[in-house]
Design a protein. Structure first.
Length: 314
């Protein structure tokens, strides 16, 4: 079995999303912060964000939607990987709550690689399927509003809550993952962090500078390992942090912005939930066709980064 499992790949079968009902607009923030809708939109691309719920609650909602869409009985799922920086408790993992509520019989663990977390989870899921698992539920979920100082103009305008999920299933042959890249530079951990019990603190200028560089380097590494070029990519799904970062990275990757997915204006920065939310939005809108090459690229606190090139086979 171990020998056969090395010949197996994996594909995304379905997806699901969850956003809290409460909408906080830029105009709402004007009432409490020295800012304006025009200033926020120009510098970030964000117009509104969703706030509320719990990490496990949002993860359960997105996960259930993905399972239902795939037509999977939860008892057939081998593993839940929950990418999050905002677990509901320090112990135990919020993934265990999700597993229990969804009726999944397999394993469960949290993965914290900040905003790169979902792509880390996707690559880990492929590896575990190659090692013998058959079905994995991947979820990115965050309640960043709980660790955001709503009096801090630099962070309050950015962060929000939400969840996105995909189901990953074993297939014979190489599957969808053509190339990937993971990285971390712990010397940059101070530019975006939050102590236990504290709020997010960010050096926005330094995050911007490093984010563009690592997105481009990581994206190009994944493309090279996949044996494809930027011109082959039908769609790039970047971490939804800041529209200027996305524009700068796409320019340097030589990928036109019309091939990039952005839900930033509606969701804000949802950290590990942002890439699956954007991927689901593109899939629901019919922007991805079977056989298309899709580049996922994220960066986050740590500083971490992660990229993956997929051949879309839902």
């Amino acid at each position: 079995m171990a020998e056969d499992s090395l010949m197996r790949g994996a594909v995304i079968r379905s997806w699901g999303t969850a956003l809290p009902p409460k909408v906080v607009t830029n105009h709402d923030l004007e009432q409490t912060l020295d800012t304006s809708d025009e200033w926020i939109v120009e510098r970030t691309g964000i117009r509104e964000r969703r706030v509320g719920g719990t990490t496990s609650g949002l993860a359960i909602e997105a996960g259930r939607q993905a399972l239902d869409r795939a037509g999977w009985d939860p008892s057939t799922v081998d593993l839940v990987i929950l990418a999050t920086t905002t677990p509901d408790q320090q112990v135990p993992a919020s993934a265990s709550t999700v597993q229990n509520e969804l009726g999944i019989a397999g394993g469960a663990f949290d993965l914290n690689a900040a905003c790169s977390g979902f792509v880390y989870a996707l690559i880990a899921g492929h590896g575990l399927i190659g090692a013998g698992m058959s079905r994995v539920l991947l979820i990115g979920a965050e309640t960043l509003s709980r660790i955001t100082d709503w009096d801090d103009r630099g962070t309050a305008i950015l962060f929000a809550d939400g969840a996105g999920a995909v189901t990953l299933e074993a297939v014979d042959g190489p599957g969808q993952l053509l190339g990937w890249d993971l990285g971390s530079d712990g010397s940059a951990r101070h530019i975006l962090d939050a102590d236990i019990g504290g709020y997010l603190e960010m050096d926005g200028r330094e995050v911007f500078r490093r984010a563009v560089r690592v997105m481009v380097e990581s994206g190009n590494t994944a493309l090279e390992r996949a044996g494809v070029s930027a011109s082959d990519i039908s769609l790039v799904v970047p971490h939804q942090a800041n529209i200027r970062i996305i524009e700068s990275a796409c320019t340097r990757l030589d990928i036109p912005m019309e091939r990039a997915v952005s839900v930033l204006d509606r969701t804000g920065n949802t950290s590990s939930a942002s890439i699956p939310l954007a991927l689901a939005d593109a899939a629901d809108a019919g922007r991805i066709s079977p056989g298309d090459l899709v580049l996922l690229v994220g960066f986050g606190a740590g500083m971490t980064w992660a990229s993956a090139v997929l051949r879309w086979q839902p």
